[in-house]
Design a protein around this ligand. Structure first.
Ligand code: HQG
Length: 194
């Protein structure tokens, strides 16, 4: 398939797997996986083939998706590794306990949000977690965990945040995720100057 079709499929899968499986009436497992066959039958996906799915997973620049074979049925399943708004999911993520493991943890955002972020801290907004990258994108490339279009980077003092009991996790595609405090926020006192 052409790159245009692959990117279009990546966007459609991000929408479905992160936000819409419930409202679209699709079955999903607690770990976020959905049967590929069920998706191929969905009206928005009938133009795609199983090969398009494989290509989309492999070529994805942020390694957004993962495939597995269901042990019971032997059928292929797909999930998004992070970025969900659906609440009833329990995706295996490793907790970060050593602040030295990720010396640089940053959130990519936009200057237009800065005054609001200063008031409330960084918020998970509509998602389950606030997203962070373990470093800046290399060269002109992209890094999982932040948007390439970000024009403001907020660095986190991991030592201070972990000491104060804030939780951070790493997803299978190396995105750093935090549910924030009881308000779903990382307060500004955990930001650091670089
Ligand atoms: C901002 C992409 C006002 C926040 C990326 C962001 C990521 C606030 C937006 C993943 C705020 C939320 C998630 C506050 C945060 N006031 N604005 N207090 N706190 N914000 O889409 O991090 O390419 O939910 O900075 O790489 O942009 O889709 O989060 O601008 O990993 O795989 O509110 O999406 O991954 O937007 O993006 P989002 P995000 P994919």
């Amino acid at each position: 398939a052409g790159m245009g079709k692959v990117v279009e499929l990546s966007k459609a899968l991000s929408w479905l797997l992160r936000h819409a499986v419930v409202k679209e009436g699709l079955q999903f497992q607690a770990d976020g996986y959905v049967f590929v066959d069920d998706i191929l039958r969905h009206p928005s996906f009938t133009k795609y083939t199983i090969d398009d799915f494989h290509e989309c997973v492999e070529k994805n620049e942020k390694k957004r998706f993962g495939l597995k074979t269901d042990e019971i049925t032997g059928k292929e399943m797909i999930r998004a590794h992070q970025g969900h708004s659906i609440q009833d999911l329990d995706i295996d993520m490793r907790e970060i306990t050593d602040p030295q493991e990720f010396p640089t943890v940053l959130h990519g955002t936009y200057r237009k949000h800065w005054s609001s972020i200063c008031n409330k801290g960084l918020s998970k907004m509509g998602r389950k977690h606030i997203h962070f990258a373990p470093g800046l994108p290399k060269g002109a490339g992209v890094v999982s965990g932040m948007r390439a279009s970000a024009d403001l980077y907020i660095y986190i003092d991991m030592e201070k945040a972990l000491n104060d009991g804030l939780k951070f996790f790493v997803s299978s595609n190396n995105v750093i995720l935090s549910p924030g405090n009881e308000n779903g926020c990382i307060p500004t006192r955990y930001f650091r100057l670089v």
